[in-house]
Design a binder for this molecule. Sequence first.
Ligand SMILES: NC(=O)c1ccc[n+]([C@@H]2O[C@H](COP(=O)([O-])OP(=O)(O)OC[C@H]3O[C@@H](n4cnc5c(N)ncnc54)[C@H](O)[C@@H]3O)[C@@H](O)[C@H]2O)c1
Length: 362
Amino acid sequence: MEQMTVGIIGTGGIAHAHMRAYQQMPDVRIVGAADIVPGKARAFLDEFGLKDVPAFESKEELLALKPECVSVCTYNSTHAECAIAALEAGCDVLCEKPMSVTLAQAVDMARAQVRTGHILTIGFQPRYDPNMMMVKDIVRSGELGHIYYIQTGGGRRRGIPGPTFLSRETAGVGCLADIGCYGLDMALNSIGYRKPITVSAYSADYFGKNPKYCKNADIFSVDDFAVALIRFEDGLVMDFRMSWAMHMDTMGDTLFLGTEGGLKVKSPHPELNWGGAWDGTIGDVYLYHDMCGETVCTQVPLKPNENDRFYRKVRAFVDAARAHGPSPIPWQEIIYNQAIIDGIFRSSQLGREVEIDIPEIN
Ligand SMILES: NC(=O)c1ccc[n+]([C@@H]2O[C@H](COP(=O)([O-])OP(=O)(O)OC[C@H]3O[C@@H](n4cnc5c(N)ncnc54)[C@H](O)[C@@H]3O)[C@@H](O)[C@H]2O)c1
């Protein structure tokens, strides 16, 4: 089988997971990597035994090689410019989550995808967790009746990440997008993405700005805590909660309330300081329903979780590129995720409810 050519933009932490996945694929050949930090892309390629593969300090030099596939593994604030440049250079693109910082950037990315016709997929590896898939199957089965309320829970007790996640310049937004996008995707992918119309939110930065809790407090300029009430076009209401740091083990479970049943998805590991985010797996799952006039709670058995979500995410991208589509996790879904993040940010800044207005994309 002919090998697909692949380039990687941004060679920090998550690029390693992409590279590990690509290196397991005989039908893929890495043709280059780029990072704006001098020497970083070279060291990255060397680490993976790719001493003959060229390293660059700009995406433009890498894109001049015209790789068929590009992973965008840069920090949030440069996702849009890198993904758009790659699409316009003729590449299919796997962009890390969150899609971008602002809704306007996400719209630009979506327009670039439409203009070029190449694949744009956003890297939500929890989609490939068998238990996340099971939650989606239960929610979509109709067993819960009409779903009118969702609470996204989770959150970390102590889980403020590294420096590029902490400033407006590189990250753009804090926990609300970094791990909040996972909670949103879990909920919205389960019910089928719907159009959000308003958001009323609050965010805080008490832990990030305090050197007692954050060793990079001097550069901290994003949120470490965010809550919001989101209304959707069809009347659905979502209660969003997320935290990188707090004096609590979890902001709660994820709940789907329907007219015929309710589903509780517990946080994966609230006992661990870092364990309560929805970035990979889930905790126990309970179905609440009535049976013969009695109120019943059934624990849903979890499936063995043996597959490598990161590999499957990258493999799904390469398969889509080979087949010329469709995108495994398309912007048509994730633009709503980003619109909510954008709305939470704006509402928190303004201290009042805001409307979400997603422009026409064609
Ligand atoms: N899917 C996951 O589980 C997961 C896990 C961690 C991070 N991420 C996401 O991946 C992204 C990167 O996270 P990370 O931990 O690897 O961060 P990082 O800071 O370790 O790496 C980002 C790299 O991108 C480089 N970069 C930034 N702008 C660039 C540009 N224009 N051109 C070339 N290089 C550029 C930086 O110099 C840096 O080396 C973030 O958006 C984050 O949300 C996803």
